[in-house]
Write a protein that binds this ligand. Structure first.
Ligand code: GLY
Ligand code: MN
Ligand code: MN
Length: 484
């Protein structure tokens, strides 16, 4: 045991009262810290096929902008406080074009005869001999660990790589460039404009996924299905130990971090009266034993492609009759929506098909103040009181992928093979909604699947999770309490 500290006899430490030493200004220190380090090889860790996919994406963008220089950046994490930044997540279009996730990196497609010369400008890691090695919390290897250098990145990505600080000498050449929003800092430094048209084009190009991207989405979705099982197995603990929604949210987020990059969006866990709250990301309530539990969760893979899946499960393993009725109606709308997904069909058809089922069902339950036709008309929409959100979107590197596309390229377009989208109808009866009978108040049900448009029809990529009430109950019972 150590002796208790004797305050009476303790002496002040040497040099107490002098100013805090600035290490970079002390030659004895900088000399010493600069040498005596073994070389630690570091190579970018990239999912297989990343470089080829990114090169193909650059070719598609290049073809859309003959003769125009284009700038897209990875972005920089916002500062939370002092030198503590929020977690960095690279811009999705930048990742689509490069496969690179390095903070601060910039891609320039320099206009060249017959196409573009792609150059990736990367911040150099600070190594022994650089002041930043010990003084730069963002890029110093003493702070962030061994990092791949520029030659390793060039090799891994098959693209020309140059130091970021070298780009300053070419600022004049960037004045007429099309800059993406992610490169706004650079655009304002060189007097270029951020191009809305470039954002639209990138969104439109990213809508059609190639085989590699579909494989990334499959792996994100498979990991998500595993995450649903992990969460379900913790439900008894969340109830019995009073750990609540927080525990289940944390369980999924840990799973996502372990088997992917992390959650692809804020995980939603809503028990009972929280289930109808569309984006219940507070997740600070109890898990109620007899209530339906809405789980909207997606793993973002290490390539940054994300899943987006929702199931509403009985915490007890068995739906109450009212919960089951609502689930049945949502399932019917879901199937109607899924049935409309195939090439050549207008994107919005799934929306109108599902909404028709919802409006008819609500009418049959006496909840609509107007006829089904009036509700479905553009001037009505009364049924949307119980379903105010959208019921699907493109999915990819972003959960709401390609959101900058023009109406004609997205809502107004026909489906084509390679589109990946969600279908996610729901019914949301809030606990304080006086228009619904008491037995329905506080019930929220959403079914959300991720769907690939194929050459001949569609494939539900998240089909490993059941969508019918009996199947959901059986699945829930299999996993309830199966955790350690
Ligand atoms: N989780 C967000 C969404 O479903 O769109
Ligand atoms: Mn969604
Ligand atoms: Mn979702």
């Amino acid at each position: 045991m150590t002796a208790p500290h004797d305050h009476a006899t303790a002496t002040r430490p040497p040099y107490a009262g002098t100013r805090y030493p600035r290490l970079a200004q002390i030659p004895a220190f900088t000399d010493f810290v600069s040498t005596g380090w073994e070389d630690v090889p570091a190579y970018p860790a990239l999912p297989e096929g990343t470089a080829a996919a990114a090169a193909a994406h650059r070719s598609r963008l290049s073809a859309a902008y003959p003769g125009r220089t284009i700038v897209v950046a990875a972005g920089i994490a916002p500062i939370r406080n002092d030198d503590a930044a929020y977690g960095f997540r690279a811009d999705s279009s930048f990742v689509w074009l490069t496969g690179c996730q390095v903070e601060g990196a910039v891609l320039v497609l320099w206009a060249a005869p017959g196409g573009h010369d792609a150059v990736l400008y990367l911040p150099r890691p600070f190594r022994p001999g650089d002041t930043g090695f010990f003084a730069d919390a963002a890029h110093g290897e003493l702070w962030v660990g061994p990092s791949a250098g520029l030659p390793e990145w060039a090799d891994a990505l098959g693209v020309a790589v140059e130091p970021l600080d070298g780009l300053e000498q070419r600022h004049g050449d960037l004045r007429d460039a099309h800059a993406a929003r992610s490169a706004a800092h650079l655009a304002s430094a060189v007097g270029a404009e951020v191009s809305t048209e470039l954002e639209r084009t990138l969104s439109a190009l990213r809508m059609v996924k190639d085989e590699w991207e579909v494989a990334q989405l499959r792996s994100a979705i498979d990991a998500t299905v595993g995450g649903f099982a992990a969460v379900m197995s913790e439900v008894p603990r969340a109830i019995g130990d009073g750990l609540g929604e927080r525990w289940l949210q944390g369980t999924f987020d840990r799973h996502a971090r372990t088997f992917g990059n992390g959650p692809g969006y804020s995980t939603i866990v809503g028990s009972g009266p929280h289930a109808p709250i569309l984006h219940w990301v507070r997740c600070d309530g109890p898990v109620l034993p007899d209530a339906a539990l809405l789980l909207d969760m997606g793993v973002e893979a290490r390539s940054l492609y994300t899943a987006d899946v929702t199931r509403t499960v009985p915490a007890s393993g068995t739906f109450s009759p009212a919960q089951r009725d609502v689930h049945d109606l949502v399932e019917k709308a879901h199937r109607a929506g899924l049935d409309r997904i195939r090439p050549g069909v207008p994107y919005l058809d799934f929306h109108f098909a599902a909404m028709e089922v919802v409006a008819q069902g609500l009418h049959d339950w006496g909840l609509l103040p107007v006829s089904v036709d009036e509700a479905l008309s553009p001037e009505g929409q009364q049924h949307r009181r119980y379903l105010a959100c959208g019921i699907g979107h493109h999915l990819g590197l972003d959960v709401h992928d390609c959101s900058q596309a023009q109406y004609e390229d997205y809502m107004g377009a026909d489906l084509v093979p390679g589109v990946v989208m969600t279908v996610e109808p729901g019914l949301y009866f809030h606990a304080h909604d006086l228009t619904v009978p008491p037995e329905l108040r506080g019930i929220g049900v959403r079914l959300e699947d991720d769907v690939l448009v194929t050459d001949t029809g569609s494939e539900v990529l998240s089909g490993a999770l059941p969508i019918d009430a009996a199947g959901v109950e059986a699945w829930a019972r299999t996993h309830l309490g199966s955790g350690s």
